[in-house]
Design a protein around this ligand. Structure first.
Ligand code: AMP
Ligand code: MG
Length: 336
């Protein structure tokens, strides 16, 4: 009989439930996304929304999969990394369901889940992954039992940086898609800080300088918002691509996976595609439904962990807001 895992994503803006069977078929994916009216993600407000809506999301997901909660064989939840108060909600719901219904429980690292759903959906075996989202900017690949981090941001995540700039420019959240559209209307490049330190990236100087361009007397005289949007994108994406390319040359991986919400950006796709071609690597973008935060990726990573290590004791399901993906061994790839 087929077995099913219910995955709970709750690291930041998205409360997501995904139901996936042990063969990797997704039977439902339902998200409830917090959209700030102003400012960034306030953990207390996000937590309130997730608490108010979790039941509806779970019921919708079960309905979509035509399953009852009694058909669920495994509960997986995002245990790390993320906003502490928000992670706690997912962990609490997962533990409660597991204890009350007597269903095994596994905790999952959110970043590892992004890579695993990408490998599943893109039928890719051993990629170098560029994971770019509202909260993360990580270049990673499997080496010596783990997903090693080859490069990452030292400050802001690229999605957060673009969203913050967009907010300063008076655009509503999420800013990424709006900046992408504006950038297409320009062919100017305004010099902006390009900060790659070794294999790591820093976006705060780029953010501040772009914001200053909006505040300058020259704004809407010598250049406009489209030009700043294009310059910001070109600079940020070139930085990402430089680090990805160096990691690709070092690891000699034959596949490149682009994931996270920012993976929707066509210009970024084009740039990463182009360096992949130059290195003879196959390029794949995770289907957008699975590229942003979602419960199906948590369910699938949970299945992989459960099959190789079994369930987690309740005492081992404490949230770890700062846990890096390279802290964790990946036993299901031990043969690689
Ligand atoms: P995630 O955190 O993975 O759910 O992704 C959300 C982030 O993706 C936000 O920062 C969005 O602004 C960003 N995003 C979504 N679509 C695009 C796009 N077309 N270009 C750039 N960023 C985008
Ligand atoms: Mg994410």
């Amino acid at each position: 009989m087929q077995k099913y895992c219910l995955g709970i994503e709750s690291t930041a803006h998205t409360f997501g439930i995904g139901i996936v069977d042990f063969e990797g078929i997704v039977h439902s994916l339902i998200n409830d996304i917090f959209i700030p009216e102003e400012g960034g993600l306030h953990p207390a407000l996000v937590r309130e929304q997730h608490l108010n809506n979790f039941k509806t999301v779970i019921i919708k997901a079960l309905k979509e999969s035509e399953l009852s909660i009694k058909d669920i064989d495994l509960i997986a939840f995002s245990q790390s990394p993320g906003l502490g108060p928000v992670l706690k909600i997912g962990a609490l719901i997962a533990r409660m369901l597991s204890q009350v219904l007597n269903i095994p429980l596994v905790g999952v690292n959110h970043c590892i889940a992004h890579v695993e759903i990408g490998r599943l959906m893109c039928k890719i075996d051993d990629p170098l992954t560029l994971y770019v989202s509202g909260g993360n900017t990580i270049v990673s690949a499997f080496e010596s039992d783990r997903y090693q981090i080859f490069g990452e941001t030292l400050d802001l995540a690229v999605g957060n940086m673009i969203d913050s700039f967009a907010r300063d420019a008076g655009l509503s959240h999420p800013g990424g898609p709006k900046i992408e559209k504006l950038a297409l209307k320009s062919d100017k490049y305004l010099p902006l800080p390009y900060t790659v330190k070794g294999m790591d990236l820093s976006f705060s100087g780029l953010y501040t300088a772009s914001k200053r361009l909006l505040e300058s007397q020259d704004f809407n005289v010598k250049y406009n918002l489209n030009d700043v949007a294009r310059s910001l994108q070109e600079t940020a994406f070139s930085m990402l691509v430089e680090v990805t390319e160096r990691a690709l040359a070092h690891t000699e991986k034959k596949e490149v996976l682009l994931t996270g919400g920012v993976a929707a950006n066509k210009r970024l796709q084009q740039m990463v595609h182009s360096i992949s071609n130059e290195h003879g690597a196959r390029f794949a973008v995770v289907p957008l439904k699975y590229a942003g935060d979602n419960g199906a990726m948590i369910a699938w990573a949970g299945i992989l962990r459960y099959q190789s290590e079994g369930e987690h004791e309740i005492g081992n399901t404490i949230i770890k807001p700062k846990e890096r993906m390279d802290y964790i061994k990946i036993p299901w790839r031990s043969g690689d």
